[in-house]
Design a protein around this ligand. Structure first.
Ligand code: 5GP
Length: 174
């Protein structure tokens, strides 16, 4: 991808500042408690790594992996879990960490899946929120940035498994 086909949306300094703010907010909200932070692979791995280092309360971490069927930029609505958590979450405070919420279908499915295990509480932190494209009503508890439509890459987010390693976030020009 050359320079002409992408446009910078969030430079790394802005991301770092926002992640610090989120970490501070989460630490305050859960003061005196302990969190199980569950990241959704693969996209959330970089955001989650930065976020947990800005959280000052004890955290356990785990991961899930889900597959959604359809083209890479259009979610068809069929979501399937391909890797479950390995931690017991019954009675515990859970924070799901996701790279981006778009239609809301992935997180709706995952929240249902995890709630069946009776956690004490369950909140969601997303790095990016494409609020206008929701197919199901869904609100994240913590949002890094709200964005308009457009396909974004970098900071863990891919396009056909490429560009996850970009430290900044770009929107691909259509
Ligand atoms: P949802 O189920 O909310 O429609 O979709 C969430 C998933 O769609 C994200 O975890 C991500 O994999 C993918 N996705 C949605 N929009 C984008 C985007 O702009 N860029 C990238 N790289 N993935 C996206």
């Amino acid at each position: 991808m050359d320079e002409m086909s992408r446009k910078i949306l969030f430079p790394r300094a802005a991301i770092q500042k926002r992640v610090q703010e989120l970490g501070g907010q989460i630490s305050g909200d859960y003061a005196g408690r302990e969190l199980v932070v569950i990241g959704i692979l693969k996209g959330a791995f970089i955001f989650m790594a930065d976020l947990i280092r800005e959280i000052s309360i004890p955290c356990n971490i785990d991961f899930v992996r889900v597959a959604s069927y359809g083209a890479s930029s259009e979610n068809s609505g069929k979501v399937v879990m391909t890797k479950d958590i390995e931690t017991s979450i019954k009675g515990r405070d859970i924070l799901i960490v996701e790279d981006i919420v778009d239609t809301g279908l992935t997180l709706q499915y995952l929240v249902g899946w995890l709630k069946e295990r009776n956690p004490h509480s369950l909140k969601i932190c997303v790095f990016l929120d494409k609020r206008k494209r929701r197919k199901v009503s869904f609100e994240a508890d913590y949002v890094g940035f709200t964005i308009d439509d457009g396909f974004v890459v970098g900071y863990g987010l891919d396009f056909n498994e490429q560009y996850r390693f970009f430290p900044d976030v770009y929107v691909i020009k259509q």
